[in-house]
Design a protein around this ligand. Structure first.
Ligand SMILES: Cc1cc2nc3c(=O)[nH]c(=O)nc-3n(C[C@H](O)[C@H](O)[C@H](O)COP(=O)(O)O)c2cc1C
Length: 352
C-alpha cells in the first residue's frame, strides 16, 4: 500500500507530493516504536544518545509535524525546521524542482513555515507524549523581512529551544537574502556570542548543544575563519552542509538552471570536501554532522571517515523512499565490521 502511494507521488509536482507525504505520515500510528539498532551504530555525543548516526535533515519536517513517524522509520534523530519567529509563506511557486537524471533537487522555498508559536504547540505535544524518546533537533532561522537577524535567532531560541535536544542555527540557506552573510568573519562570532549569552540566561537552554549549519560554497579562508571562531568560542558542533548555489557542468536535467539550492547526489563531493577540511581545521575537536548527497551506506561511511560523528539526508528519501534508511544502516554495519571497527566512533575522521 505504502509502496503504491510512493510510486504515485512522482507523478505529482514536488511540493504537492511532499504535502501528501506529510499527510500520510500524520495519519500513521503515532506511538513511538523502539527501533533496535546494531550496537556498533550507537554513540553518545554531547550528552545525547543516538541509536544510529543517520538523521533527517532540516527542510522535510519544517513545522515539527511528523517527528515520531520519521523516527519510527528507523532514523537516529530528526531535525525540524527551519522555523522562523513569524509565520511566512516563502517565495512564489513553483519553487521546488526535481532533477531526476541527476538524483537532485533545486529549491528556493525561502523558509515557508508556520512560525515559532505554532511549532511550539507541536513540540509541546511531542514532549508530553510518554512514549516519546527520540533525539530532536530544532533548526532556527530569520524572517525574510526581519530588521534584526540576531534578535530573530534569540527569539526562536528562547521560545522553542527548550523543547528539543539540540538547536541548529541555520545561516546557510541560499534563499533568504543576506542570510549567508551571517557566516562572514565578525558577524558569525557576534551571532554565536549573542546566542551563548542568551543560553546562559535560561536554565532550560543550558544543556542544549548548539550546532551552526554552514554552506558548502565557502572558500578555504572562510572555512578557516569559522573553524578558528568555533574553537575560540567553544561552539558545540557544526553541520556541513546546506545546499549549494553552484552548478556543475555535469548536470543533465532540464531543470539545472533553476534558481536556488541544489541538493542530492551532485552535492556529495563538495560537501564532503568541506567536511574533511573542517575536521582537519578543528583538529577533530568539534562534533560535526555531515550532510549532502548521501544515498547509500558507503557514502554515509565516507562522510563519517571524513570527520562526521553523525550524518543527515533528505533528497535521497525523495528518490528512494523510506526503505533507504534500513538499507543504509545495514550497509554501514557491514562496512564497520568488515574494517574491524568496534563502534562507529572509531571510524570518525579516519580518512582525513
Ligand atoms: C526541499 C528542501 C528544503 C530544505 N529546507 C531546508 C531548511 O528549511 N533549512 C535547512 O537548514 N536546510 C534545508 N534544506 C537543506 C537540507 O537540510 C540539506 O542540508 C541538503 O538538502 C543536503 O542534503 P541532501 O543532499 O541529503 O538533501 C532543504 C533541502 C531541500 C531539498
Amino acid at each position: 500500500m505504502t509502496e503504491i502511494f510512493l510510486n504515485l507521488l512522482k507523478f505529482f509536482p514536488p511540493e504537492i507530493a511532499h504535502k501528501l507525504t506529510i499527510l500520510l505520515l500524520k495519519i500513521k500510528i503515532n506511538k513511538n516504536k523502539k527501533i533496535f539498532d546494531d550496537p556498533v551504530l550507537c554513540q553518545r555525543l554531547l550528552g545525547l544518545d543516538f541509536s544510529n548516526p543517520l538523521g533527517l535533515a532540516a527542510g522535510f519536517d519544517k513545522n515539527a509535524e511528523v517527528v515520531i513517524p520519521m523516527l519510527n522509520l528507523g532514523l537516529g534523530f530528526v531535525e525540524v525546521g527551519t522555523i522562523t519567529p513569524q509565520p511566512q509563506k516563502g517565495n512564489n511557486k513553483p519553487r521546488v524542482f526535481r532533477l531526476k537524471e541527476d538524483l537532485a533537487i533545486i529549491n528556493h522555498l525561502g523558509f515557508n513555515n508556520t512560525g515559532c508559536l505554532k511549532a511550539l504547540d507541536k513540540l509541546k505535544v511531542l514532549n508530553s507524549d510518554p512514549s516519546f524518546q527520540g533525539v530532536v533537533g530544532i533548526n532556527i532561522g530569520k524572517n525574510k523581512n526581519s530588521k534584526d537577524s540576531i534578535e530573530d535567532y534569540l527569539f526562536c531560541l528562547e521560545k522553542i529551544g527548550g523543547y528539543g535536544n539540540y538547536i541548529t542555527v541555520n545561516i546557510s540557506s541560499p534563499n533568504t537574502p543576506g542570510l549567508r552573510d551571517l557566516q562572514l568573519r565578525g558577524r558569525i562570532e557576534n551571532l554565536v556570542k549573542s546566542i551563548q549569552k542568551k543560553q546562559k540566561n535560561f536554565e532550560y537552554l543550558l544543556d542544549k548543544p548548539i550546532f551552526i549549519k554552514i554552506s558548502p560554497d565557502l572558500d578555504d579562508e572562510q572555512l578557516r575563519d569559522i573553524a578558528l571562531m568555533s574553537l575560540a568560542n567553544n561552539v558545540d558542533g557544526l553541520i556541513i552542509s546546506n545546499s549549494t548555489t553552484k552548478r556543475s557542468q555535469s548536470l543533465l536535467s532540464h531543470n539545472k538552471n533553476e534558481i536556488g539550492g541544489l541538493s542530492g547526489k551532485p552535492l556529495f563531493i563538495e560537501s564532503t570536501l568541506a567536511l574533511k577540511k573542517m575536521y582537519a581545521l578543528t583538529n577533530g575537536q568539534i562534533p560535526l554532522i555531515g550532510v549532502g548527497g548521501i544515498s547509500s551506506g558507503s557514502e554515509c561511511y565516507e562522510k563519517i571517515k571524513s570527520g562526521a560523528n553523525l550524518v543527515q539526508l533528505y533528497t535521497a528519501l525523495v528518490y528512494q523512499g523510506p526503505k533507504i534508511i534500513s538499507k543504509i544502516k545495514f550497509e554501514l554495519v557491514d562496512l564497520i565490521k568488515t574494517d574491524g571497527y568496534k563502534n562507529i566512533k572509531d571510524v570518525v575522521g579516519k580518512s582525513v
